[in-house]
Design a binder for this molecule. Structure first.
Ligand code: ATP
Ligand code: LTN
Length: 326
């Protein structure tokens, strides 16, 4: 059975973008693949995290996975930092990755330009991500389009390692959601909707109250025309709402445009708010039931037990191929 794997960083309450970009795909394909989903807490500390908040976010994110429909019987769910082989593998891969290729990563360039000082971890971040993927020989990696470049570098690293040291890794493929979309900020629709955004009005969080969600969508930035048309360049606000509606309902963009061709912006926004609230309310109800359940620890214990053995075997194979140790 083919393997599918993804991780999200516990850097705050996740957004509608994270849900539509990564989690919803995992739920959709969990019956057809051997599925792994983890909490990328080691990635999150590449920028400072308050320790107490980080620990709360980790537990909350596991509950969100489950509430979104990730079935613990069909998925291996684990916390990255509990499996020390990810970082062990990462060092070996760092020694095969090039400074030049890491310097070209868009996310590194963006995040490092925002501060005078940034961690070395922010730079080597894609290598750790390659370790997460290659340790399990994942075939497919469902992520939002902003992470595509990182999965591509994992492919390059795998191909290079295999060439130098012999066949060791499966070369993974990226899986972008069916609609191929990036969900944009509601206030500034030219910028991606992001967990760490400064303006809360532009970001729908999975645990936002229904009324708050409605308000944010109703006040989303649009344009001065009054026609529902997909044009990311000239009508980014309306195009973003079309993408949201399409990703939630599964309708194609063209079908959404046809459905709302006679609507005004107010009516369209109301319909978008309805489908978002409907989907997120169900998730929120389940989340409230799960968050204090002892099941979470049991699920994570099982996950770590299984993944540690797999990642250890890959680490030992790499060491052997590279001539390390005795
Ligand atoms: P941060 O603001 O802390 O960088 P983030 O919101 O970008 O966080 P990540 O934890 O980096 O979220 O990403 C988790 C997953 O969600 C990744 O697969 C990423 O590609 C996807 N994702 C993030 N934002 C969006 C978005 N706006 N649209 C679609 N997918 C997204
Ligand atoms: N970098 C990713 C999180 C992440 C990941 C991974 C995703 C870490 N390791 C392996 C897929 C596969 C992010 O910021 N979303």
């Amino acid at each position: 059975m083919k393997k599918i794997l993804t991780g999200l960083q516990p850097t705050g309450v996740i957004t509608l973008g994270n849900y539509l970009g990564a989690i919803k795909q995992m739920v959709k394909y969990q019956n057809d693949f051997d599925s792994y989903i983890f909490i990328a807490d080691l990635h999150s500390i590449t920028v400072f995290q308050d320790p107490k908040t980080l620990r709360e976010n980790i537990k909350s994110l596991v509950a969100i996975y489950l509430a979104c429909g990730i079935d613990p019987d069909k998925n291996t769910i684990f916390i990255q930092s509990e499996n020390e082989y990810h970082t062990n593998i990462s060092w070996l891969l760092e020694c095969t990755a090039y400074f030049g290729e890491m310097s070209r990563m868009t996310q590194f360039k963006d995040k490092s330009s925002k501060n005078a000082n940034f961690s070395v971890g922010l730079f080597t971040y894609p290598v750790l991500m390659a370790s997460d993927i290659l340790a399990y020989d994942a075939d497919l990696v469902p992520v939002g389009i902003d992470q595509k470049q990182h999965v591509e570098i994992a492919r390059d690293i795998a191909i290079r390692f295999n060439k130098k040291y012999g066949d060791t890794f499966k070369v993974p493929d990226v899986m972008i959601n069916d609609k191929g979309t990036k969900i944009m900020d509601l206030v500034t629709p030219t910028k991606k909707m992001s967990k760490s955004s400064e303006n809360p009005k532009g970001v729908i969080r999975l645990l936002d109250e229904p009324e708050v969600i409605r308000k944010k969508i109703m006040s989303a930035t649009t344009d001065s025309e009054s026609c529902i048309k997909y044009d990311m360049e000239n009508k980014p606000g309306i195009s973003n709402l079309i993408n949201i509606y399409s990703s939630i309902t599964g309708l194609d963009k063209e079908e959404v445009i046809e459905k709302f061709k006679d609507s005004n912006y107010g009516n369209f926004k109301k319909e978008v708010a309805d489908v978002v609230v409907d989907e997120l309310s169900k998730i929120q109800n389940r989340y409230n039931e799960i968050i204090n359940s002892y099941e979470i620890d049991k699920i994570l214990d099982e996950g770590i037990k299984k993944t540690r053995d797999v990642a250890k075997a890959k680490y030992e194979l790499m060491k052997d191929r590279m001539g390390l140790g005795r």
